[in-house]
Write a protein that binds this ligand. Structure first.
Ligand code: GRF
Length: 210
């Protein structure tokens, strides 16, 4: 059983889907810890209602080293970012090499980086006249939305889309994709090529996710 820390800042719908997959036995792991920028957000409330420890970070009284000590003291194997709006401290990124995942609501490397979050991502996709968008799951490095991509799912951008309608269509796919990638990670099904790229083996059938 792998031990997951989920980092979040808002609604926590991806966290819920991952937690449901844990409870259903589809992810061979458990979630003993949620780290959040906002302990009143719905994701943090959901965690508390399931007796999951919730810790706020960043806060002035906790250093990046304190966060790393916390993760280690809870025997965390993997960090799962699910709408966490702050940069993960470099100390944690270094200590959790190839062990931190993020989900981004656009087809990286387009429409990623600092400032591309929430509605802004989808507004930019529409503004650019893209015909496809969709979630990207990637490993985390020391830059926003930058580490190597593990999996993507495409959805159409429709002519009358608003950022909200596009966000809904992408989020639906996030909920299908992210639990499966986390499951692959926990099963040890993510391998690294010699040139430093992750590959899921056996591969996910992204067109026919559960
Ligand atoms: C998702 O769109 C995700 O791609 C992005 O933040 C959002 C989080 O949504 N990183 P939720 O809190 O999981 O509902």
């Amino acid at each position: 059983m792998k031990r997951l820390a989920v980092f979040l800042s808002g609604g926590g719908s991806n966290f819920r889907k991952i937690h449901e997959a844990v409870l259903a036995g589809d992810i061979p792991g458990e979630v003993p810890l949620v780290v959040t920028t906002n302990t009143d957000c719905p994701g943090a409330k959901y965690a508390r209602s399931h007796w999951i420890e919730v810790v706020r970070f960043p806060v002035p009284e906790r250093s990046p080293e304190d966060l790393l000590v916390l993760l280690k003291s809870r025997n965390i194997d993997f960090v799962i970012l699910a709408g966490y709006l702050k940069m993960v401290p470099s100390e944690v990124v270094a200590a959790y090499h190839r062990a931190i995942l993020n989900i981004h609501p656009a087809l990286l490397p387009k429409f990623g980086g600092q400032g591309y979050y929430g509605r802004k991502v989808h507004a930019a996709v529409i503004e650019a006249g893209e015909t496809q968008s969709g979630p990207t799951v990637h490993f985390v490095d020391e830059q926003y939305d930058h580490g190597p991509t593990v999996a993507q799912v495409s959805v159409p951008v429709l002519p009358d889309d608003t950022p909200e309608t596009l966000a809904d269509r992408v989020l639906e796919q996030e909920h299908r994709l992210y639990p499966q990638v986390v499951a692959a990670l926990c099963h040890g099904h993510i391998h690294w090529t010699n040139d430093g790229r992750p590959a899921i083996d056996p591969p996910l059938d992204v067109e026919n996710l559960l």
